[in-house]
Design a protein around this ligand. Structure first.
Ligand code: COI
Length: 356
C-alpha cells in the first residue's frame, strides 16, 4: 500500500516570488510526517505543510537531539523530474541518527516518501537551470521531558522548498575567511554528523565574518588550527599543481558530502589526479606564494559547486585564479548539473527519474 496523502485545500504556489526565489524562503504545499513511539516508527503520511504543535519541554529544544539532510529534485529537460543519489542521503541520515542516539528510519521508505512528495508537489520544481526543489528531511527527539538522555519519541518530517542558488553570488566566486580562533568541530565530536549543533557552533564566527564582508568561514581543525576541515555549508577542494586535494573523511570532523563524493568520482574518471588527504593551511599559503594554487572551490547540495575567489588568512589575502571560476570547478558544475537535468547520460545510476 502507498503512503496516505491528505491533500492541501489551498496552494502556496501563487504566493511565491518565482523570479526571486532565494534559498529556503518558500515551501511547497505538502510535507511527509512520521512519528516514533513505543519503539517503532508509524507508517507516516503526507499532509499539508504547516505548523506542528509541541510542548515547551520538547527535548530537542533543550538538548539538540536533531539531524537533517539536504537533497534536490531537478526538472529533466526531457520531461519529468530527477533526484540525485537520494540513497546516499538516506544512508547518511542513518549514520547521523546512530551518532545522536536517534532510531534509524527505513532507507527505502525515506526515498519512497521523497518520490511521493515530489510527485505530488511537482509544480514546485522550477524549470530554470540552476534552480531546483530543495528537499529537507529533519528528524528530532520530541518527548516532553527535562533531563539529558535520548528522547523516547521522535518526529521525522520531509519538507520541500523551491530554491535558486544558496549564495547570492551564484556561480561567481565567493570570498571566504579562514577562521583561526573559533572551531566548528573536533575529532571525536559531531563534525561528521549532519546535526544542528555543528551549524549552531558556526553561527557566531560566520556572523562576524559576514559583518566583514565574507560569505562564509573556512574551518580549521579544532585542536591545532592547522589542518583544513570544511566550510560548514560545503566541503572544500583545492587544485595545487594540477592535483585535486580535499581533506579526508577519516579526520572525522567533516561532513561526508554527496557532492564531494560525486566530484571525486567524476574527477578520477576524467583523469584528474585526486588526493584525499589532510592539508595544512600553511601548504595552501605556500602554494599560493609559489603560484601553484590554481583553484579553490566548495562542493555541497545547496551550494552545488561554489568557486572561491578570495581567501583571507590572518592578514593575508589570496586571490585565486584572478577571482574567476577555474576550469575544474566549471567542468564539475557543468557535468553535475548536466546529469541532474538529464542533459548528460547517467552512467553511474545516480539519478532516480520521476515521471510526472
Ligand atoms: C545542504 O547542502 O544541503 C546543506 O544542508 C547545507 C545547509 C547549510 C543549507
Amino acid at each position: 500500500m502507498g503512503i496516505v496523502i491528505e491533500k492541501a485545500t489551498e496552494t502556496r504556489y501563487d504566493s511565491i516570488d518565482w523570479k526571486n526565489l532565494g534559498f529556503g524562503r518558500y515551501f511547497a504545499d505538502h510535507m511527509f510526517i512520521s512519528f516514533y513511539k513505543d519503539g517503532k516508527w508509524d507508517e507516516g503520511k503526507i499532509v499539508p505543510y504547516g505548523p506542528i504543535c509541541f510542548e515547551p519541554a520538547m527535548m530537542t529544544l533543550h538538548y539538540g537531539q536533531t539531524i537533517f539532510e539536504g537533497l534536490k529534485a531537478y526538472y529533466d529537460v526531457n520531461g519529468g523530474v530527477n533526484l540525485f543519489r537520494p540513497d546516499m542521503n538516506a544512508k547518511r541520515m542513518n549514520n547521523s541518527a546512530e551518532r545522536l542516539c536517534i532510531p534509524k528510519f527505513d532507507e527505502k521508505k525515506f526515498v519512497e516518501a521523497i518520490i511521493e512528495l515530489v510527485k505530488l508537489d511537482n509544480k514546485f520544481v522550477p524549470k530554470v537551470k540552476g534552480e531546483s526543489l530543495y528537499i529537507r528531511p529533519v528528524c528530532f527527539g520530541s518527548s516532553s521531558f527535562l533531563g539529558v538522555h535520548p528522547s523516547s519519541e521522535y518526529t521525522f518530517i520531509i519538507m520541500t522548498s523551491p530554491v535558486a542558488s544558496y549564495y547570492p553570488e551564484g556561480l561567481n566566486p565567493v570570498k571566504i575567511l579562514i577562521e583561526d580562533q573559533f572551531v566548528r568541530a573536533v575529532r571525536g565530536g559531531l563534525g561528521n554528523a549532519k546535526t544542528a549543533a555543528n551549524y549552531a557552533a558556526s553561527l557566531y564566527a560566520g556572523h562576524k565574518a559576514k559583518e566583514k564582508g565574507f560569505s562564509q568561514v573556512l574551518w580549521l581543525d579544532g585542536i591545532q588550527h592547522e589542518f583544513v576541515d570544511e566550510v560548514g555549508a560545503m566541503n572544500i577542494m583545492f587544485v595545487i599543481d594540477d592535483i585535486l586535494i580535499t581533506p579526508p573523511l577519516s579526520q572525522g570532523s567533516i561532513l561526508p558530502g554527496v557532492t564531494r563524493d560525486s566530484v571525486l568520482i567524476l574527477a578520477r574518471e576524467m583523469g584528474i589526479k585526486v588526493q584525499e588527504r589532510s592539508i595544512k593551511i600553511q601548504e595552501v599559503l605556500e602554494a599560493y606564494e609559489r603560484g601553484t594554487l590554481q583553484e579553490v572551490f566548495g562542493t555541497g547540495t545547496a551550494a552545488t559547486i561554489s568557486p572561491v575567489g578570495k581567501l583571507y588568512y590572518k592578514d593575508k589575502e589570496m586571490i585565486i585564479n584572478n577571482n574567476q571560476i577555474g576550469p575544474i570547478a566549471q567542468k564539475m558544475y557543468d557535468t553535475l548539473t548536466g546529469l541532474q537535468h538529464g542533459l548528460i547520460k547517467d552512467t553511474h545510476n545516480w539519478i532516480i527519474h520521476i515521471d510526472i
